[in-house]
Design a protein around this ligand. Structure first.
Ligand SMILES: Nc1nc2c(ncn2[C@@H]2O[C@H](COP(=O)(O)OP(=O)(O)OP(=O)(O)O)[C@@H](O)[C@H]2O)c(=O)[nH]1
Ligand SMILES: [Mg+2]
Length: 548
């Protein structure tokens, strides 16, 4: 009975993993908190410290935070406290902080190379974790859009975006991945040597790994390094980037769904409290953890549903204004946000980083001829896009399926432009939006080696060359959008009563008017208009039928 009591108290005193959105910490919404897991959930284990705190550590004035009491971290607790970094350990939510040498511990060592590995990011000192990348090319997967070298290069870019510094990489060609360690044992030994020589903290695999593979690899690589996969890395970037409530919820949900099948060894402290190994205890602990995680997942789903409902209402309101919606889609970093900003004067973050945008933004584009359309910027795509993420972002991506036109923005100056196009087409197929008219634009033409040749090639396939940065070709772009939109317009003939003048204006604004005739009861218009407007005009169309 004593054990049971101890167990209950100690479980409730566990801190929540801090990569979850803060609202999850509110007592009224939170199911019982879950313990920190030893499995690498995400790649978040960077030491983020506000500069001021860092100075305090330097002068030795840092308040000593309370030690964490998990048995699993017991051996590390002393070190954590001595370094004033327990907070960081909490922030990581991984319980892996001890694996990275801390600055103040090594401070005495004047020529400590780790000392240089703190860089300043947004006014915060961040420990630059070193990462080693591993890829596998399996026979029979030659239809992969990217070659293994290309995929690894992109993984390096992802690692950089997440704030890691890449120390090296390797790959292996295999008939089949090893079910235990994904790569062969010889390769494991080779990587182990390399990471020790390079002083690496994290090994990132280019493909999704199973719980067993993650655990076996961590063990085989000496236990002092963290192993994670591409999906965890992308989830981590999304987690860092999520700026709105909805995005945060979506990412948290995707992270939990990724974690669920990967829950392994944990709560080992209970065994100790129970006075040694308790047979079957580990098994039960996992069950409990899974249940808690499932409860959290369903709470998140509910919350997300209500946020979505809200956005849907907003969208419906917008749809009632019959302006056609054009969605920008494309590979991450293609220049979608830059294009939106240039055309609409919006202030969406556009930078040379992967996944700068997570949330959809819609702005009105007003053309010189008075016509207008709505332009939506969305999250970028990437090859090997984690399925959990696609599912989590499905609602956001639904916006795409409701648009009248898709503009596929391509970074034509990128060496892998054609592979990126294929990857985007693949995602679009998955999203079932093939029936929506599409306009292909080749962006960053200012950066391309041979713009004239590209312009010629673009013409052959009906694509458009633009530079979202310099504004080159944007006028043609707007005309092309207008032209394409016409394809999605419905021909109508309606008699608009004179007291509905504003409707006539709307038809001129968003549709293509062929003729207008001033009749006794109103204006007779023949035009091509977007479907929502055609619906709105239905009663007036009947009026004509009656008059004839
Ligand atoms: N030279 C050049 N650079 C461009 C052009 N368009 C965009 N860029 C740059 O490309 C980078 C990515 O642009 P973004 O607009 O953030 O790309 P995005 O498609 O929104 O990317 P995600 O939001 O990550 O999917 C930024 O550094 C832009 O300045 C262009 O026409 N020419
Ligand atoms: Mg963007």
């Amino acid at each position: 009975a004593t054990t049971t009591i101890t167990t209950t108290t100690s479980v409730s005193s566990y801190p929540l993993p801090l990569h979850l959105p803060t609202y999850l910490h509110l007592p009224h919404r939170v199911p019982p908190p879950i313990p920190q897991l030893s499995t690498p959930w995400t790649s978040r284990s960077r030491r983020i410290r506000v500069l001021k705190e860092a100075t305090e550590v330097e002068t030795g004035d840092a308040p000593i935070p309370p030690a964490q009491d998990e048995g699993d971290q017991e051996d590390a607790a002393g070190e954590l406290v001595a370094n004033g970094a327990a907070e960081d350990a909490r922030e990581d939510g991984l319980g892996l902080t001890r694996k990275v040498p801390f600055r103040s511990k090594r401070k005495a060592d004047e020529d400590d190379e780790g000392y240089d590995r703190y860089t300043l990011r947004n006014g915060r000192e961040v420990f630059q974790e070193k990462a080693y990348l591993v890829g596998v090319e399996c026979k029979g997967t030659e239809d992969n859009i990217f070659s293994i070298e290309e995929s690894l290069k992109e993984l390096a870019q992802l690692a950089d975006t997440a704030g890691l510094s890449v120390a090296g990489s390797t790959y292996q060609k295999l008939a089949n991945p090893n079910p235990r360690t994904y790569i062969g044992s010889g390769k494991v030994a080779e990587i182990k040597c390399a990471i020790h020589a390079l002083d690496v903290e994290t090994v990132i695999f280019d493909d999704e790994l199973s719980a067993g593979q993650l655990r076996n690899l961590e063990k085989a690589l000496g236990g002092a390094v963290r192993v994670c996969d591409r999906t965890a890395l992308i989830l981590d970037i999304f987690n860092q980037r999520a700026a709105t409530h909805e995005a945060a919820l979506q990412v948290a949900l995707a992270q939990m769904e990724y974690q669920l099948p990967r829950l392994t060894k944990m709560w080992t402290h209970l065994e100790r409290q129970a006075g040694g190994k308790v047979k079957g205890m580990g098994e039960k602990q996992i069950e409990v953890d899974k249940r808690i995680l499932r409860t959290q997942i369903s709470a998140l789903r509910k919350e997300l549903e209500s946020v979505r409902q809200h956005r849907k209402q907003y969208r419906n309101r917008r749809l009632s204004v019959p302006v056609p919606v054009v969605s920008l889609v494309g590979y991450t970093n293609a220049g979608k946000s830059t294009l939106l900003n240039h055309l609409t004067g919006a202030d969406v973050l556009a930078e040379d980083q992967l996944f700068a945008t997570l949330d959809p933004t819609t702005r009105r584009v007003q053309m010189k001829n008075g016509k207008e359309f709505l332009l939506t910027d969305t999250v970028g795509f990437i090859q090997k896009l984690p399925t959990t993420l696609v599912a989590a972002f499905r609602a956001t991506l639904e916006e795409i399926s409701e648009s009248s036109l898709l503009v596929h923005v391509v970074d034509i100056s990128h060496p892998l432009a054609s592979q990126q196009i294929d990857a985007v087409d693949k995602v679009l197929q998955e999203l079932d939006v093939a029936s929506i008219p599409k306009l292909i634009v080749w962006n960053k033409i200012d950066k391309a080696d041979d713009p004239e040749r590209l312009k010629y090639e673009a013409k052959q396939i009906g694509a458009l060359c633009i530079s979202a940065m310099t504004g080159d070709g944007l006028e043609q772009f707007c005309s092309a959008v207008q032209e394409k939109l016409k394809d999605s317009l419905v021909p109508v003939e309606a008699l608009i009563p004179y007291d509905k003048g504003e409707l006539l204006n709307t038809i001129h604004q968003v549709g293509m008017v062929e003729t207008t005739e001033y009749m006794e009861d109103g204006t007779l218009v023949r035009a091509h208009v977007p479907l929502p407007l055609a619906r709105l005009l239905t009663p007036m169309r009947q009026l004509i039928a009656a008059a004839q």
